[in-house]
Design a protein around this ligand. Structure first.
Ligand SMILES: [Zn+2]
Ligand SMILES: [Zn+2]
Ligand SMILES: [Zn+2]
Length: 253
């Protein structure tokens, strides 16, 4: 399995429009963060989790030639805004794009992208095939996804475990029962917004505490704000097995 971090930034991305802080001015490429998304290549199949506003740019940058399904963690705009651009795969693959998400998330997609779901199939609009998921494991093209239920303040969100890899972005609470589903993962990608506490995202220390309990071989943080600080400075303060993610980072499992 090969995992590529397509984006590692919080909802505004980094740099933030109009901001002149040292992170937003940084020339280190690792301080440039598109909105959060990940590409999984498993057994010759290609999956993306979340299609944020930077979806097109990410698919081009990583030369993602085929896409077998798009899976959603939750309905926030920084995770869904790029959905229209799956049209490219409709054209090249000559089929509807399978979308996977909780019922509530799929309903939100229907409202926000009403033209996709209207009875009038205007030529050229995205063609999708909706697949509701819940907390039970599901399979796509023979690959098993285990949903991990997490809380993003009050909003129930899903993370996913695929084999030895677990991906959790927007969260600030994981129950013991769900922690058990993650345990044993060799690599974990976990959201950590900034150093200061936040109402709906793990802070850096909270994420370190979760990962220290789970003890994967390697962990990467994602969904990072400009308030986290400079990539190279923050990394020096982390335990060895935890690194900050950055856009384009590839993980081989
Ligand atoms: Zn988010
Ligand atoms: Zn800034
Ligand atoms: Zn969110």
């Amino acid at each position: 399995m090969k995992v590529t971090l397509l984006g590692t930034g919080t909802s505004q991305g980094v740099p933030v429009i109009g901001c002149n802080c040292e992170v937003c001015r940084s020339v280190d490429y690792r301080d440039n963060r598109l909105r959060v998304s990940v590409h999984l290549q498993v057994n010759g199949k290609s999956f993306i989790i979340d299609s944020g506003p930077d979806f097109r740019q990410q698919a081009l940058r990583e030369r993602i030639r085929t896409l077998d399904a798009l899976i959603f963690t939750h309905e926030h705009k920084d995770h869904t805004a790029g959905l229209d651009d799956i049209r490219a795969y409709n054209f090249s693959q000559h089929k509807d794009m399978p979308l996977y998400g909780e019922e509530r998330v799929l309903e939100q997609l229907k409202r926000e992208f009403a033209y996709i779901f209207s009875g009038v199939q205007y030529p050229g609009i995205p063609r999708v095939d909706l697949n509701p998921i819940a907390e039970e494991p599901f399979e796509i093209e023979g690959v098993e996804f285990i949903p991990i239920r997490v809380k993003h303040y009050k909003l129930p969100v899903l993370g996913f475990r695929v084999g030895d890899f677990t991906y959790i972005t927007d969260a600030n609470f994981i129950s013991e029962e769900e922690m058990d589903k993650v345990r044993g993962s060799k690599v974990i990608v976990l959201g950590a917004l900034r150093k200061e506490p936040h109402i709906s995202h793990f802070s850096l220390q909270e994420a370190i505490d979760v990962l220290t309990e789970l003890k994967p071989e390697k962990a990467y943080l994602t969904h990072i704000s400009h308030l986290m600080g400079l990539h190279h400075e923050v990394e020096q303060q982390l335990p060895d097995f935890i690194r900050l993610g950055y856009d384009g980072l590839q993980i081989q499992l």
